[in-house]
Design a binder for this molecule. Structure first.
Ligand code: MG
Length: 414
């Protein structure tokens, strides 16, 4: 930004003159550090080690990679949380007398205790699925900054998460690229009445140009060949069915306190515009950048400041085309489920998420067709015992019920 433009901006007291480090050191825990978001978060931290101090990492059972991360980053704590894994138990016993630098543990309780302590002020919640709920909720209850990649926490228990964050003063900052884009665009006008709607962009997934009548024949390999984003297996299948966008519609409702008619989805194949906000005066503010998750991760950690980082910039010397088109509900019936859950809320998010997680696993195990996933979710959602204000325990029970129902559904088809 040139000096003439800077001179018309109000002074920002407390910010460093040179944007090379943050004005405040953050003590960071990365939960799910061996997954794609966790690894990207570690890369961001490695570029800002003077401002972002790594306190803890956790994985499910990828012990080899976890130990490589321990060697490279020397955090105070490392957790492996798959309590069913014999290797994890052996690993925790081996390191019971810690190495003097990093304490290892396989205890969920120890992790939750750390979330509640003053040793950590910033949590990157990147555990996939409902497994990440308790730790995200603990961070929200104890006034942390929560860099939230685990959208399931909001889909399953958005009301409880937002209530907890409001009571404790926790900040929930989105890591999901679409919600980060909306959050950044909202800096242009934050009064709720100024926002007409948000426009979530969707790549359309790897099967967006397939003939409709062939979608049911898509193999696991077809569904995992995402054209623009490199992501984990579960979210890539969700992208192929557009269930990912359905979950993001629900996530947007909770993060930004939106009503059904304030959320719309468009297909934007290039994944350069990550989402947009349309304001009451007709202005649309879009956030653009190459598809790289390190940008939303870094922004969630450095907000309200911005730092140069490892993320490549746009190449403005190249001709580029940006396209968008309405999302086709015939091709992507899962999207409708997201809007339905926003409308009905209550227990619906927990049931949809559980049914989807279980069905995606069955698809990855080649036991059902890709198009079965949405049909199963619709069926399980339709016949669950709806509750308008479920407790956390009720949501967890419904999660288990939803998974059991999916297996019952598949058995009934045999
Ligand atoms: Mg996303």
């Amino acid at each position: 930004m040139d000096a003439a433009i800077l001179s018309i901006l109000p002074p920002r007291d407390g910010l460093p003159l040179e944007p090379s480090s943050l004005s405040q050191i953050r003590n960071v825990a990365i939960l799910g550090s061996t997954g794609s978001i966790g690894r990207a978060a570690l890369d961001v931290l490695s570029h800002h080690s003077d401002s972002l101090r790594l306190v803890a990492i956790s994985c499910s059972k990828q012990l080899e990679l976890l130990e490589q991360q321990v060697s490279a980053f020397k955090p105070q704590y490392a957790f492996a949380l798959d309590s069913y894994s014999h290797e994890v138990r052996k690993w925790a016993q081996k390191y019971q007398a810690d190495d003097g630098i990093t304490r290892r543990s396989d205890s969920h309780e120890n992790l939750l205790r750390l979330m509640e302590s003053q040793e950590v002020d910033t949590v990157v919640a990147a555990i996939v699925g409902i497994a990440g709920l308790d730790s995200a909720l603990a961070a929200a209850r104890t006034g942390k900054r929560l860099a939230l990649a685990n959208k399931e926490s909001l889909v399953v228990s958005g009301a409880l998460m937002i209530q907890a964050a409001r009571a404790s003063g926790a900040e929930i900052l989105p890591v999901d690229s679409e919600h980060s884009a909306i959050f950044q665009a909202l800096q242009a006008g934050t009064h709720p009445k100024q926002v007409k709607r948000v426009i979530l962009t969707a790549s359309g997934g790897p099967l967006r140009d397939w003939p409709l009548d062939q979608l049911s024949t898509a193999t696991v390999e077809n569904a995992l060949s995402h054209p623009t984003w490199k992501m984990g297996r579960k979210i890539t299948v969700d992208s192929a069915t557009m269930m990912n966008k359905a979950l993001e519609v629900i996530e947007a409702k909770w993060l930004f306190d939106l009503t059904l008619d304030q959320i719309c989805v468009v297909v934007h194949p290039q994944s350069i515009i990550h989402s947009m906000v349309e304001f009451c005066d007709g202005s649309v503010i879009a956030q653009m950048s190459p598809p790289d998750m390190r940008l939303p991760i870094q922004y969630a950690l450095t907000y309200p400041e911005r730092l140069p980082g490892p993320i490549p910039c746009m190449d403005w010397t190249q001709t580029m085309q940006l396209d968008w088109k309405p999302a086709d509900l015939e091709r992507y019936p899962a999207l409708e489920l997201g809007f339905e859950v926003v409308q009905k809320s209550g227990s619906c998010g927990a049931v949809l998420n559980a049914a989807n997680e279980a069905a995606v696993q069955l698809f990855l195990d080649q036991k059902i067709k890709l198009t079965d996933i949405t049909n199963i979710c619709r069926d399980v959602l339709n016949h669950h015992n709806y509750s308008a204000n479920p407790t956390l325990q009720e949501l967890k029970d419904l999660d288990q019920w939803g998974r059991n129902e999916v297996h019952r559904w598949t058995l009934s088809q045999c």
